[in-house]
Design a protein around this ligand. Sequence first.
Ligand code: 5GP
Length: 181
Amino acid sequence: MDNKLKVNGLTFVPFLREEQIQEQVKRVAGELRRDLEGKSPLFLCVLNGAFIFAADLFREAGINDAEIAFVKYSSYQGTQSTGTVKQIIGLPENIEGRDIVIIEDIVDTGLTADRMISDLKKRNPASVRFATLLHKPESSKTGFVPDYVAFSIPPKFIIGYGLDLDGKVRNLRDIYVNTED
Ligand code: 5GP
């Protein structure tokens, strides 16, 4: 059977199957349930890539008191000579004293994660935890280590289960890897 997938001229092959993904989602959800016992956490799903992982993880965690919000890192042009500035949009007004769980699709260099955590900490939450579907430790430029990782993977380009190529193929239930990497 030919499992190859062509997207925008690039070739991909299956890397992580739906069953494996769901198994690890359950494991991470169990860790979160254990660590957040007795709390009313606020999950922050980082759009767009994390939306499918967040939906599965949030339900598997089974914390009835948990809330979820959907945030996005948006770039805008600074008014001065600041160049491009990144800002989190969609964050609830007041997160003071809240136990935050950031849900990301993938940590590559770690720059986005580092930046997001330091921005959130300025708003005085009680705690900030970071859960990611995928982590590429060899690509790290910051030494950032996520608290919860479903899969550690080599520094290759991945698609599916929410992750895109030019906005496409987020619908795939399995995760695929680019063979040209
Ligand atoms: P970082 O700041 O950690 O370098 O960037 C993380 C972001 O880069 C992710 O949220 C994702 O949007 C994008 N990214 C990094 N690696 C991949 C990959 O293998 N596949 C896809 N689709 N996006 C990636």
